[in-house]
Write a protein of this length. Structure first.
Length: 222
């Protein structure tokens, strides 16, 4: 028995319970399901158009760049434009996300690589789970569809975000996660990304790309 189990065993002993009683488990589950919502900030609230406007404003304030396209099939041309205009190599790594794979990449001159990054990829593209208007933040879940290494090891990170997935606040993002994956099925990692990587540790001089991508380009679809 480890220390944690010993402490919990002592508590159960003092209460005269085993810890597996059905009424007690039901009470806990009920309290969790009926827990009141916390205070959510007003910034980010509103209809879809309002959330989009606030998301763009906050993301650009964090030094991300943004483009809007009508559909997922229009995204490859925008990705190619971004890389070309920033003098980036015409290579792009992605995971197994079905939405990304269905895009017409063959219509561009980009060389598409697949799978997790080993740190040598300059460009990567991911599909976001959600966007958070409150802070202009992207929520990305880990897994083979969108490997976490693509979020942090590439020099230029491009994220495709559905306009319908732009939520008001973090609470809404967690609610969407629970709804999508259910209890016990959530991915191992949920990354919140706001703008490119940065640090001002040295003489308070802002340096982009200190611990991750130096550029973050968000392609909003819809």
């Amino acid at each position: 028995m480890n220390s944690r189990e010993a402490v919990l065993a002592n508590i159960r002993r003092s209460l005269g319970v085993r810890g597996d009683e059905a009424p007690r488990n039901l009470e806990v589950d009920t309290r969790l399901m009926q827990a009141p919502a916390g205070v959510a900030p007003k910034r980010g609230q509103g209809d879809a158009s309002a959330r989009l406007a606030i998301f763009k404003e906050e993301a650009e304030r964090a030094q991300a760049s943004i483009a809007e396209v009508a559909s997922w099939t229009d995204a490859p041309a925008e990705v190619a434009r971004f890389l070309r205009e920033n003098n980036c190599p015409a290579t792009l790594r992605m995971g197994a996300d079905a939405r990304l794979h269905a895009m017409p990449w063959s219509a561009t001159s980009l060389e598409i690589l697949h799978g997790a990054s080993d740190g040598r990829d300059l460009n990567a593209v991911s599909a976001a789970f959600a966007g958070i208007a409150e802070t202009g933040t992207l929520a990305l879940v880990s897994g083979a569809d969108n490997p976490t290494t693509l979020n942090f090891l590439s020099d230029n990170h491009i994220v495709v975000l559905s306009r319908d997935a732009i939520l008001a606040d973090y609470e809404s993002a967690f609610a969407k996660l629970r709804g999508a994956y259910g209890k016990g099925g959530a991915p191992r990692t949920l990354n919140f990304i706001t703008g490119p990587s940065r640090s001002a540790d040295i003489e308070q001089t802002l340096l982009l790309g200190a611990h991750g991508p130096r550029r973050l380009h968000i392609v909003i679809v819809g």
